[in-house]
Design a protein around this ligand. Sequence first.
Ligand code: G16
Length: 543
Amino acid sequence: METRTVATNPFLDQRAGTSGLRKKVSVFQQPHYLENYIQSLFLCIPDLAGKTLVLGGDGRYFNRQAIQTIIRMAAANGLGHLIVGRQGLFSTPAVSNLIRQRSAVGGIILTASHNPAGPHQDFGVKYNGRNGGPATEQFTDSVWANSREIKEYQIAISSDIDLEHESHTALGDMSIEVIDPVHDYASLMERLFDFDALSRLLSGTFRMRFDALHAITGPYATDIFEKRLGAPEGTVLNGTPLQDFGGGHPDPNLVYAKPLADLMFSAQSPDFGAASDGDGDRNMILGQGIFVTPSDSLAVLAANAGCIPAYAAGLKGIARSMPTSQAADAVAESLGIPHFETPTGWKFFGNLLDAGKITFCGEESFGTGSDHVREKDGLWAVLAWLSILEHTRLPVRDIMLQHWQRHGRHYYSRHDYEEIPAETGQEIMDTLRAQLPVLQGQQFAGRQVHIADDFTYTDPVDGTTSQHQGIRLLFTDGARLVFRISGTGTSGATLRVYHEQHEKDPERLQRDPQRVLRDLVMLGRGLARIEALTGRKAPTVIT
Ligand code: G16
């Protein structure tokens, strides 16, 4: 195999965010840009020579070209074995599983997650380490530091590798295994869940719709729900992954998965509806005429984990990200197990999972998962919900009502202001930060601020500290108002404002969250001077 050392200039903007490097496709198409990042990344993997790496992506535009470049660079950098998904496809949880199952040194996932795809949209590179989880902040910072310094990269000279068929081939000394992207993941699900019980449910009169939004979960969902569990054909909607995700925005929420939401709120609603995102790690759960917030979903799954064979022995603990509602904490307390509050980003759950401190974890951003992999897992969450539905034979609405009657309801809503100028986003956060000392102890419409801070997290396993993880106002009645800037946007800044209020009165559990939270919403808008600083009268997305 002939390799080349290519001279390159450093790229100064290659700082990766919450989950990897996400940029417009045109940025990745600049000469040497992808190569710089990949070489910088390889330089951070200790003892790379001879090791196994997993490689695949969500199928978005530029996936195929990028994979061929990375294969050539992997061979030139001395990797021993590459496991690639057929047609370059893998969902994020499937990669996490394979890294663990095959003792790989890590995995590269080509995705910009829930961001839209296409020539004018987004692309991304994400690295997961040996435990199968997203790279730590320290690792990502080292990649960034390298990308500012490197002067050259190594690449093999070769024609494209055929990824259309399962095969064993080689490039120089590196062996390449092209595998079915679905098989190992689906087998893992079969080990965790009672597929006999679930297939009795799905092959009977129960009806569900799973919207894959033309992204990566299509083949996985078709194999699991329609082939293995016998659900009728047509259960999976938009099941063919497209390079531009059909022009849609593969983010499973009420705005971007509107056709599914409309169906679930119509007279023709099936019993259960769910959707996943671009790379298959997020999920949205709906019942007939009801949307389950991701925060509630985590709490309900934890409270009912006994319905799932893999968790029948009980949970070790539960973790949620800081902006996620405290519904899961209430369940943990009633179960007598520990609960943890981490910054936004799945990587923060890794240490807790590895140390055996938690079994379930979740985030308000439509992520739920367990210790079976080190990523959030959309289809896992759907199978977990199906297990509860099968076990209880209750509609989603009744499950929610019973849950709220027992634990109270954590009314919750997130308001997003997308694509505001980056400087404005910064100004809003600075405005809030400056007010923190005076907010403490203040009274607003009958409730008092008990804590006003900029969230700092100290990892209970390794003691590392992460600062500036979001502005929090905690009120004495348990309500919360949280502000942070998204780490996953690629244009300007996205301001997220999270509102939460706990209700225990059994007569007040079925109210409209936006009405219940109105005072908190107005308070948040005022404190952050949103309209004055952005000119926006309303958020772009409300979930
Ligand atoms: C990523 C992380 C999630 C995190 C989310 C936050 O999600 O993997 O753990 O909750 O970002 O997004 P933001 O910073 O925009 O609020 P994903 O699905 O994009 O990989």
